[in-house]
Every structure is written in structure tokens, then in C-alpha cells.
Write a protein that binds this ligand. Structure first.
Ligand code: PMP
Length: 286
């Protein structure tokens, strides 16, 4: 089945979807994005993704082309037209096509480019990887300093992912000034003596929507949380490690730079948080 892709108000077969070569998303990575997961045909954590989208746009002085209701309607139609029961919706807003290449931003009346597409996935919730855990390597964090804005500048995270694959691992964790910032596309955690440790929010990391929800559920379940920096050595000596993202929910990490974490199997805290997150976010799905 050919996918239906959204481009600037039109719902098109994917082979008819077009964006200009002068689009600043293409030329300058001048664009922001969101990825929302779909379970049971409904949007998970949608309000959070919309709030972050608006923040990313505002930080880059880009116009938000739609109201919240319009964004929801577009997402819902994409789910329906593509028959998505389980999967992801990718949304990108660029500063648009000024008709030429120039470092300066175009005038504010240049319309932003809006693209959405879906990715059907099976086993997003019933994930085989979550049952056995995944392995990570550490790499230096060489990204820019505004990681709190969800831009499409994903070359370095792609390079990190390739370095992980080359090392026989699944993913990479970024390290800066001796401390883990986050994963290539996720927020990172360790568990030691029953305490969940994760880096505090700042411009150094993306403010994960899944992170916010998981920490809220953990607090509600009376789990202890410390928002502070941690090192790779601490992760290797931890009882558990895991990461969170909209596409993986809560994912156990069982090996860090070749050293087993805990007993090398997914731990009870990550498993419990994954269960709670899936249960609660299905309830609030739209
Ligand atoms: N950090 C980075 C660098 C990411 O790319 C992502 C995934 N978009 C996350 C954290 C997790 O954010 P979320 O839970 O909102 O998907």
C-alpha cells in the first residue's frame, strides 16, 4: 500500500509528495520535528509533543502554522488514511522556501513547509528488544549547544549510531565533560540502590516527552528520583540502566562500553516503568 503523505495542506500519495530544493529544511537543516507514537490507532502523549513543537518553533522564531485543533486533526487523518494501528507519525516544520539560498532568515511572510508521514510498526509495545535489553557504547557529545530544540540536525547522532553498530552495539550514549548527556535519540537513566538517576533538564539535552511522563509516573509510584549528572563508570556499576523515547517508551540497557549492567538482564525498575508508561499513556491517548 502506498503511503499518504501530508505536504502543506495536501494529503498525497508518497510518490507525489514534493518539497522545493530551495527549502531551508533541505539547505540549512532549518527545521524542527516531532515523532509521536500510535498505539491502538491513537496518539500517545500528543499534548506533550505539541507543547514541545510550539517551544521549538518559538525558540527559532518560526511561525506556528496551525492551531492545536488543526494539528490534532491532521495527525488523526494521517492515522486514518494510512490505517495505522501501531506505529509512528513524523512531523516536520521548516522555515520554508524563500526561492533562493541565503544565510539570513527570509521575511516572516515566507510560509513554513509542513510535512507529515507515518511509519507502521509492529512490536512497538510488545518489543523483543525490551525483553532482552540493548547495548550501548559511549561517544563524545559533539553536537551543538541547543539540544533542547528538536531540530533536524541529526548527522552527528547518525554518526554515533553507526559507530555503535561498527562496535557491535545497539546505540550510543553521548558524554560531555565526563558525564552522560543523553543517548543518540533518547534520554538516559541509571538505577542504584532503588534510586532512579537522570540528568537534569537544561540546554544540554532534549526535554523528552517520554522522560517527563515516566518521571511523573515514577514519582506517583513513590519511586526515588535524583536529577543529576552521572558518569559511564557509574552506569557500569549501576543495578540497572535504561533509556526513554517516544518510539521505544522505556528500553532497558544491559551493557555499557562492553561491561554488563547489573546481572546483564533487564531490571525490575525499567520493566515496571515500561508497564506503567504503556498502561497510563494508552489511557490518555487521543
Ligand atoms: N533525546 C534525543 C536527542 C532525542 O532525539 C529524543 C527522541 N526524539 C529523546 C531524547 C527522547 O525524547 P522523546 O521522549 O520526546 O521522544
Amino acid at each position: 500500500m502506498t503511503r499518504t503523505v501530508y505536504v502543506n495542506g495536501d494529503y498525497l500519495p508518497e510518490d507525489q509528495a514534493r518539497v522545493s530544493v530551495f527549502d531551508r529544511g533541505f539547505l540549512m537543516a532549518d527545521a524542527v520535528y516531532e515523532v509521536t507514537s500510535v498505539l491502538g490507532g491513537k496518539l500517545i502523549d500528543f499534548a506533550g509533543h505539541l507543547t514541545r513543537l510550539k517551544r521549538s518553533l518559538a525558540e527559532l522564531e518560526m511561525t506556528n502554522p496551525h492551531s492545536d485543533d488543526e494539528w490534532l486533526a491532521i495527525h488523526r487523518r494521517m492515522v486514518a488514511d494510512n490505517g495505522i494501528d501501531e506505529g509512528l507519525i513524523y512531523l516536520q516544520v521548516t522555515r520554508g522556501n524563500p526561492g533562493d539560498r541565503d544565510f539570513a532568515y527570509p521575511s516572516a511572510d515566507t510560509a513554513p513547509t509542513v510535512v507529515l508521514f507515518t511509519q507502521a510498526k509492529t512490536q512497538l509495545a510488545d518489543s523483543p528488544a525490551a525483553k532482552v535489553g540493548i547495548s550501548v557504547i559511549s561517544v563524545p557529545d559533539l553536537r551543538w549547544s541547543r539540544r533542547d530544540i528538536k531540530t533536524v540536525q541529526l548527522l552527528y547522532p547518525s554518526m554515533a549510531k553507526m559507530a555503535a553498530k561498527a562496535a557491535g552495539a545497539d546505540d550510543a550514549w553521548f558524554v560531555e565533560d565526563g558525564f552522560v548527556t543523553e543517548g543518540s535519540s533518547n534520554n538516559t537513566y541509571i538505577v542504584k540502590d532503588g534510586v532512579i538517576v537522570t540528568r537534569a533538564l537544561s540546554n544540554d539535552i532534549l526535554h523528552g516527552i517520554t522522560r517527563a511522563a515516566v518521571l511523573r509516573f515514577a514519582a506517583e509510584a513513590q519511586m526515588k528520583i535524583e536529577e543529576r549528572n552521572f558518569t559511564i563508570a557509574e552506569a557500569q556499576a549501576a543495578d540497572e540502566a535504561f533509556y526513554t523515547s517516544a518510539s521505544s517508551f522505556v528500553m532497558p540497557v544491559v551493557s555499557v562500553d562492553g561491561a554488563s549492567v547489573g546481572d546483564g538482564k533487564p531490571g525490575p525498575v525499567a520493566a515496571r516503568l515500561r508497564d506503567i508508561y504503556l498502561e497510563e499513556s494508552r489511557k490518555s491517548a487521543v
